[in-house]
Ligand binder design. Structure first.
Ligand SMILES: [Zn+2]
Length: 322
């Protein structure tokens, strides 16, 4: 472990944060493991006594994991298992980027710089695979946007109507999970409520309340409406669940790092309006800029489970967004 990591790891608040994040970190690193990440395959060289079958940081969480990776990179490990070098660099960079808040802006900025250095090294490494390079490029975009505190991210989005505009019920924080990791996905849904193709503002606000009531009611008992944004047929964008919370729209761990957008209407039956689609496009573009979610990671709900959502007419559009 070098001096910088040592300093970062030992900052008292960072330690507390590390404990809080320890359980989440592995899951986050795992969530990052989407298409952009390759789990190192076990080395076949069983005849080499010093060759390990799995990287030594697998199974570790939090700072322990990052210390282990840093130590491995500075040891003979890379010579013995060169295939793990870029996965190690990416995991370390992701780790630095995923630890946020509480430890002060200066420390965060230094971690961000270290993460960018690691991602850049992978991007320019001739031995890096395409997947590793994509992961590094994604990481660099995130590093550039992660200076914006999560709580302020929504303020960077243009034309989003506040919760007060639709008469939101207060959220129940105890029934929600803080969004502690990077945003990796955007998932598009339809409400599939009946008769929701009107463009009147009052009607749309009513529909947003209906969706929230359905999500917070006894059968689901979510802490709030499950989507982060809702878009009506008139093209208005309504703030749903705040971005500082993980959404509840894609099922279990699929919600990690996954921004949920719901268009009001049933798009198996009707086509979304031009106004709604152009608002969706603008919102996706803003979210890409503010949160770093790549365009390649916009999906319809049916990507995550067997469902008609977001309806065939909307799915057509969503598939063209990536
Ligand atoms: Zn859905």
């Amino acid at each position: 472990m070098d001096a910088i990591t040592h300093a970062l790891a030992r900052a008292p608040k960072a330690r507390l944060q590390a404990c809080l994040l320890a359980s989440g970190l592995l899951a986050l690193l795992g969530a990052c493991a989407g298409p952009g990440y390759t789990t190192p395959s076990p080395h076949p060289g069983a005849g080499h006594p010093r060759t390990q079958s799995l990287p030594p940081w697998i199974g570790l969480t939090g700072w322990k994991r990052l210390d282990q990776i840093e130590g491995w990179l500075n040891s003979n490990g890379p010579v013995e298992n060169p295939k793990w070098i870029n996965p190690a660099r990416l995991a370390l960079a992701d780790g630095f980027l995923n630890i946020e808040d509480a430890s002060g802006e200066q420390l965060q900025a230094r971690r961000r710089e270290r993460a960018k250095g690691l991602y850049s090294t992978v991007s320019t490494d001739l031995k890096a695979t395409d997947q590793e390079k994509e992961h590094a490029a994604h990481g660099l975009r995130r590093a550039d946007s992660s200076g914006i505190p999560r709580s302020q991210a929504a303020a960077q989005l243009t034309g989003v109507l506040p919760r007060s505009a639709w008469g939101a019920r207060p959220a129940r924080p105890n029934d929600m999970t803080p969004a502690s990791g990077p945003w990796n996905w955007i998932t598009v849904h339809h409400s599939a409520l009946s008769a929701t193709d009107g463009t009147a503002r009052n009607r749309a606000a009513h529909d947003v309340r209906t969706v929230q009531n359905g999500h917070m009611g006894a059968s689901r008992a979510y802490g709030d409406v499950g989507y982060h944004f809702l878009i009506d047929a008139g093209g208005r964008v309504w703030q749903g669940r705040e971005l500082r919370w993980q959404g509840a729209h894609a099922g279990g761990s699929n919600n990690e790092g996954n921004i949920g957008i719901c268009l009001l209407g049933d798009f198996d039956k009707i086509r979304p309006t031009r106004a709604a689609l152009s608002s969706l496009d603008r919102l996706v573009s803003d979210l890409h800029r503010v949160t770093g979610v790549p365009y390649g990671r916009v999906r319809g709900h049916k990507h995550w489970k067997s469902t008609n959502c977001p309806g065939k007419h909307l799915e057509d559009h969503v598939s063209r967004l990536r």
